[in-house]
Structures are given as C-alpha cells and as structure tokens.
Design a binder for this molecule. Sequence first.
Ligand SMILES: [Zn+2]
Length: 57
Amino acid sequence: MVKGKFLKVECPRCKKKYTIYNKPSMTVRCSKCNYIISRPSGGKARLRALVKKVLWR
Ligand SMILES: [Zn+2]
C-alpha cells in the first residue's frame, strides 16, 4: 500500500490555500492567478509554493 502525503500549501502570489497530493502526475496551477504550484519531476512533485502543513494519510 502506498502511503499518500498531502500538503497544505499557499500560493505565494495570491495567498490562496490548497491541499495537494505530493505526487501529482500533472502540473498543479493556482486556479486564481495561474501560478504553477507544483510540477512533476521524476515521480516527485517539485513544489513552488509555501508549505503550511503536512497531512499524512
Ligand atoms: Zn495564486
């Protein structure tokens, strides 16, 4: 079983908060300002946002 890790992040541009999975297969963009919050790189997400909290599942 794969343990998922969810991150509570904040968009550095518009301060909108998101909860995202740490291994997304797609680029995650802020729905408000279109800032790229996370993009996949080698199976791991490369975060470009401020991590507020790590939520384990
Ligand atoms: Zn934003």
